[in-house]
Design a binder for this molecule. Structure first.
Ligand code: ADP
Ligand code: MG
Length: 265
């Protein structure tokens, strides 16, 4: 296995904030791995994705294939890393096809002309995500879930070596979420590396090779899903009570409990 990403003593404080959004993180990621990142609201998941995307002036080190991210020119970085941010709101409305074609921007000339190869990637993305019927629709006429799939197709068309996904399935129904995650797994089998934050712990559990649990900007725990997803973690990190059950293929699942005895906890 070869190391794709190595993060050492990564910290970040937002301007005008006194709290560390990321606090001394250390981990590395191998080629082809699927890393799930979970943690409660405000624990630093999005900030971590932004840092790896090269969008914030972090302290410490983030090395991509041995090179410090800060020193990699943006166009070169865009060929390696594809980001699905938590929010995607283009300034101008555009057709789905225009949005997906934007995924090829790192490869086109100044005028944005698409080569035959670029068009092949765009067609592949529409097919892979089953959205041929949305091709000519205006982005802002789509539902939240449809927008999210079109946005995913843009990142698919980009075909990066590393996918950074920030709550990529949050607006999707179970069928579309499963389809997107399966397609991402297929990319990983073909050598891509995936780092994905999840709101839904069970989706992280079924999808990830390893999970990183964030709490207050720090890594609380890291390991295979069955190692990290425990009642103790859910209590200490999310302040929630639950039962952990093993589902099909031994995937651990979290079942929220709603015992009225807990109403005044
Ligand atoms: P998560 O994605 O896990 O919900 P974030 O990474 O968005 O968490 O946020 C981590 C911490 O950084 C939170 O305390 C949040 O309030 C803070 N934060 C996020 N964005 C900003 C910002 N633009 N300015 C100041 N603080 C921010
Ligand atoms: Mg977030």
């Amino acid at each position: 296995m070869s190391e794709v990403l190595k993060i050492e003593n990564l910290s970040y404080v937002y301007p005008k904030s006194s709290k560390k959004a990321l606090d001394s993180l250390n981990f590395s990621v191998e080629k082809g791995e699927i890393i799930g990142i979970i943690g409660p609201n405000g624990s630093g998941k999005t900030t971590l994705i932004k840092a790896i995307s090269g969008l914030v002036e972090y302290e410490g080190s983030i090395k991509l294939f041995g090179k410090e991210i800060k020193s990699i020119p943006r166009t070169e970085l865009a060929k390696k890393i594809g980001v699905m941010a938590q929010e995607f709101s283009p300034i101008y409305d555009a057709r789905a096809i225009d949005i997906v074609e934007m995924g090829r921007t790192p490869y086109t000339n100044l005028f944005g002309d698409l080569s035959d190869l670029d068009k092949t990637y765009v067609d592949f993305a529409f097919k892979a995500l089953n959205i041929a019927h949305l091709r000519e629709r205006m982005f802002y006429s789509l539902s939240g879930g449809e927008r999210q799939i079109v946005y995913a197709a843009k990142v698919f068309a980009q075909s990066p070596e590393i996918f950074l996904l920030d709550e990529a399935t949050v607006h999707l129904d179970i069928g579309n979420a499963q389809h997107l995650l399966l397609k991402m797994k297929e990319r990983a089998i073909n050598g891509a590396t995936v780092i994905a934050t999840f709101h839904d712990i069970n989706q992280a559990s079924v999808f990830s090779d390893r999970i990183i649990v964030m709490k207050s900007g720090k890594i609380y725990s890291m390991g295979e899903p069955e190692e990290v997803i425990t009642r103790k973690m859910i209590k200490e990190v999310y302040n929630a009570t639950c039962e952990i059950v093993k589902g099909p293929s031994n995937v651990v699942n979290v079942l929220m409990t709603l015992d009225t005895m807990l109403v005044n906890r």
